[in-house]
Design a protein around this ligand. Sequence first.
Ligand SMILES: Nc1ncnc2c1ncn2[C@@H]1O[C@H](COP(=O)(O)OP(=O)(O)OP(=O)(O)O)[C@@H](O)[C@H]1O
Ligand code: SF4
Ligand SMILES: [Mg+2]
Length: 373
Amino acid sequence: MTITVPETTSAQRSGSELLSIRDLNIEFFARGKWTRVVSDAALDLKPGGSLALVGESGSGKTVTSLSILQLLPKNISRVTNGSINFDGRDLLKLSEAQMRDVRGGEIGMIFQEPMTSLNPVFTVGDQIAETVRRHRKVSRKEAWARAVEVLDLVGIPAAARRAKDYPHSFSGGMRQRAMIAMAISCEPKLLLADEPTTALDVTVQASVLQLLRQLQDDLGTAVLLVTHDLGVVADFCDDVTVMYAGEPVEVAPVDDLFGRPSHPYSAGLLRSLPQRTPPGEELTAIPGMVPQPDQLPPGCRFAPRCDFALAGVCDVEHPELVQLQGGQLSRCIRIANGDLTAAQLVAAPQGTPAGHDLSTIATDVAEQNGSDR
Ligand SMILES: Nc1ncnc2c1ncn2[C@@H]1O[C@H](COP(=O)(O)OP(=O)(O)OP(=O)(O)O)[C@@H](O)[C@H]1O
Ligand code: SF4
Ligand SMILES: [Mg+2]
């Protein structure tokens, strides 16, 4: 089995980010008007690094990641501002033909439901070989050999034989592995994985994540992982961007996020992790829901759900994303002012037992994940 290490990218040569998004605004046309669903999105990912985009349903994770590939639905969506620099080029300025080379070539994609991405009428091997031929000047035979090689690499037993099977004869976990095989078949510099394990059962989930991490180590591929599960993030990623109601609210290295969350929303997500809830106790969910993009509250978008909201301040002023002393970025007026601290966010909320604090969150999650973080 050959593992090919991708050529040095221009980002690696210059020591800069591989992917850098700035000031990204995205709008959708719905109910007769354009509404902004992503505001001022920003993220940075180094070559070979791993970044998680987390947040509850409707926070703008998928829309942000689809915009990187220019895969947002035509006519009903538009990018109104910002830049998406990938390996030295602004992807927003590329033509559709240029983007076709990027998709599946320089950037691989893994989606939540592999059955919607694998074509049921072609064999798994043919589909991977076709991707290889679209992006590499190789013969049919070489493309097929590469398909078998990557299926083997992602742990499909008897890969040469199974490559001739149709997707329906693969189990859910095997289909997800086949998707990953297709995504890495052209040695992409970046893998976009949108909820890659949500449709899988817990043990398969763990093995697919382990596979992704191993590939990242072996091949040096950067990974942008979209997930609503902070437990997965703890074990897999270097950095996290927490999104809420279409905008980033905290950006931090994973260990810092778990050790000293710097936004009440991040602390709420950590507190509601299933790993934190003793058996038989109800999950500690953040009360309320993410607001719809056309019904955003004035001031801080999280204010109606925030235990720390100050009337007359948080419901008036829209917070900026500011850099804190430790380097984390936070979009919270009170954290930025210094009148709310990470220690207060970590402490148990009023009226709950001390065990509800977040001081042991990192070890609790690591224990559940069976890792040594
Ligand atoms: N085709 C569409 N038309 C109109 N609005 C849309 C469309 N797709 C997404 N949106 C809106 O964009 C916002 C962000 O959606 P997105 O799918 O990015 O959320 P998400 O964070 O990926 O959520 P989930 O965890 O459920 O996947 C939502 O408010 C959603 O209603
Ligand atoms: S700005 Fe106010 S409402 Fe918003 S997260 Fe901070 S404390 Fe809560
Ligand atoms: Mg999504």
